[in-house]
Design a protein around this ligand. Sequence first.
Ligand SMILES: Cc1cc2nc3c(=O)[nH]c(=O)nc-3n(C[C@H](O)[C@H](O)[C@H](O)COP(=O)(O)O)c2cc1C
Length: 189
Amino acid sequence: MFYIICGTNRPGSRSMEISELVKPYYEKNFKSVEVINLEDLNLNQLNNNSYGDGEKPKAVTEAIEKLNSAEGILVVCPEYNGSMPGALKYFIDFWSYPKTFEYRPVGFIGLGGAFGGLRPVEHLQQVFGYRNAFILPNRVFIQNVWNILKEGKITDQTVSDLLVEQSEKFYKFVSGLNEQKLSANTFGN
Ligand SMILES: Cc1cc2nc3c(=O)[nH]c(=O)nc-3n(C[C@H](O)[C@H](O)[C@H](O)COP(=O)(O)O)c2cc1C
């Protein structure tokens, strides 16, 4: 299963609209694709006893279990105050190392104002790089997203083309890693 993470829990988020918009692109190649929306995870029920093996809300445990065997993970991340939303980092901090991260193919779409979510994506690359994930080189940044995303559709042809290209490259990236038994799901098999 391939997963798309909507990187915020803000109701009515543009990140969720973009996650749903790109999902069919990934369904062309990956057998099954699911969007994980942080809004559905009851992150407010996490507490200071939830780290590591501590008790977590069922929805969080289930989401992490899914990610632990993800063929690939695409994170659609908005820029909040020059970085990723706290909710996304909070969620990531409950993942298991090495299981969720190591050798896991991950890719990123950023969205925001003038810099199109460059900063949160680069911060995420640091986090996932540190945790030894395989990072897809093709990143897409959606600048001034409020001008480009209208009624769930991308109005800019270049951005639209880049999103399709990213999905195709992501499939090749995962296929190549699988062929060489390098991805998290195939390593050592
Ligand atoms: C709390 C908050 C902080 C934001 N901070 C920034 C920022 O630092 N830089 C920027 O370019 N856009 C910023 N924005 C604009 C968002 O990136 C933009 O509205 C985007 O659509 C938000 O994603 P969402 O709709 O998925 O929540 C901020 C928006 C919110 C809600």
